[in-house]
Each structure stands twice: as structure tokens, then as C-alpha cells.
Design a protein around this ligand. Structure first.
Ligand code: 5GP
Ligand code: ZN
Length: 114
């Protein structure tokens, strides 16, 4: 837990969120400023600032985040229409929250990236 991290505060319930899923390792909630009709964030409870900080021991956790993306896409009805998963890392990607998270976007035709 990082004391001034917004996603740590969401994970421990200090800041409210529209929660979609939670278990002992992961929390998923709707993005506060959605970039698509469906925009969810899948966040590990452990404070890992960026993808650059990923360690070998986190590999199963990252796999579980993608498995959760698949499950939540199905649950929210975008599995077949399609969706995009994104992890931003550092400045050029536009990363704003330095607690690793997987974006899941769908519900409309998404533009090309870049
Ligand atoms: P990044 O640019 O770091 O990859 O994405 C951060 C995302 O977190 C943004 O899409 C932003 O809208 C979202 N976000 C930032 N603060 C909050 C918050 O307090 N609650 C929720 N639900 N989403 C947030
Ligand atoms: Zn954090």
C-alpha cells in the first residue's frame, strides 16, 4: 500500500468506486472518465507502480488480470462485439495513475491507436 496512491485507496475502500469484481488479489471497477461506453479498470491490490516494476513473482497475477478481463467482457456483454485491453507505462503512453492497471474498453467501434 502506498499512502498517497488513489488506486490503493480504492482497493482498501477509502475511496468509493463502481466495483464490478473483487477477490483477495484484484479489484475491478468502472473508469471515472470513460473513453468508451464500457471502460473498466482491473487493478491488483499490490502497489506495483508501472509495468517496468513487474517481477517474476507477479507473472501469475498479470495472467489473472487478463483472465479477469475476459470474464468481465463476457459479463458486460462485449465479448463478441469486441474490446481492447491496454496497460500504459510511463510518460509517452500517457500513464496518469502510477499503480499498474489494465484498461478494458468496448461497447462501440474503437478508433485506431496512435
Ligand atoms: P492511465 O492513464 O494511468 O493508464 O489511466 C488512469 C485511469 O484512471 C484514467 O482512465 C482515469 O479516468 C482513471 N481514474 C483516475 N482517477 C480515478 C478514480 O478516482 N476513480 C476511477 N474509477 N477512475 C479513476
Ligand atoms: Zn497503489
Amino acid at each position: 500500500m502506498s499512502t498517497d496512491c488513489i488506486f490503493c485507496k480504492i482497493a482498501n475502500g477509502e475511496i468509493p468506486s463502481e466495483k464490478i469484481f473483487e477477490d483477495e488479489e484484484i479489484i475491478a471497477f468502472n473508469d471515472i472518465n470513460p473513453a468508451a461506453p464500457k471502460h473498466m479498470l482491473i487493478v491488483p491490490k499490490e502497489h506495483i507502480p508501472t509495468l517496468n516494476d513487474l517481477q517474476e513473482r507477479h507473472v501469475p497475477l498479470i495472467g489473472k488480470m487478463f483472465a479477469t478481463a475476459k470474464d468481465l467482457a463476457k459479463k458486460t456483454g462485449i465479448s463478441e462485439s469486441g474490446y481492447r485491453t491496454i496497460i500504459n507505462c510511463n510518460g509517452d503512453s500517457g500513464q496518469e495513475v502510477f499503480h499498474i492497471h489494465l484498461h478494458v474498453l468496448g461497447g462501440a467501434r474503437l478508433g485506431r491507436m496512435g
